[in-house]
Design a protein around this ligand. Structure first.
Ligand SMILES: [Zn+2]
Length: 192
């Protein structure tokens, strides 16, 4: 069984290859990603490079299970990129903190679109034959849109810490049930 690759593993920086055909290897790898994401306690999404596979597919987890997106692309965005907010029971607003299974206990604020249109490929046919792809598209909103953008970045070797650095976002280490402010450069320095 594969494991989740942790930063600063170099595979996280590789640009993933477009998937041209369906084969047994791909089906097995997609199944592995699905299993690992289902088993992860707090993971909402997982991209193939995070399990050491440089291919363009990602999984998003919701109540219904894990949805796999092959060769995903964003075709439209609505509104500006903003720092997403969350609200507690008393409607008090706070920053939405993004995390990543490749960066345990680290969280930060990242600007994202709250509504996007995406296209991807799905496998059709049972048993699936080579090139049995069907194009699909959907509008994603809110949390799902944020997760999708995070995972899609992984396919290009872009990590949420890069965005935190670029945008000057907040960054924290979760330690003993507290958020400890941290300099994102300290983490990025581990790559050298
Ligand atoms: Zn991630």
């Amino acid at each position: 069984m594969r494991e989740i690759v942790k930063f600063p593993n170099k595979v996280l920086r590789k640009k993933s290859e477009k998937i041209e055909r369906v084969d047994e290897t791909l089906l097995k790898e997609m199944e592995e990603l699905r299993e690992i994401l289902v088993a992860s306690e707090n993971g909402a999404g997982l991209a193939a490079p995070q399990i050491g596979i440089s291919k363009r597919f990602l999984g998003i987890k919701n109540k219904e299970g894990v949805k796999i997106f092959i060769n995903p692309r964003m075709t439209a965005s609505f509104g500006e990129k903003i720092y997403p907010k969350v609200f507690d029971e008393e409607k008090k607003e706070s920053d939405f903190l993004e995390g990543c299974l490749s960066f345990p206990d680290l969280f930060g604020t990242v600007k994202r679109y709250l509504k996007i249109e995406v296209v991807w490929e799905e496998i059709v046919g049972n048993p699936p034959k080579a090139k049995a792809f069907r194009r699909a598209s959907k509008i994603l909103e809110g949390f799902e849109a944020i997760v999708w953008q995070h995972e899609s970045d992984h396919l290009d070797g872009v990590l949420f810490v890069d965005r935190v650095k670029e945008e000057g976002g907040k960054f924290y280490l979760w330690k003993e049930e507290k958020k400890v402010p941290m300099d994102v450069n300290e983490i990025l320095a581990k790559e050298k």
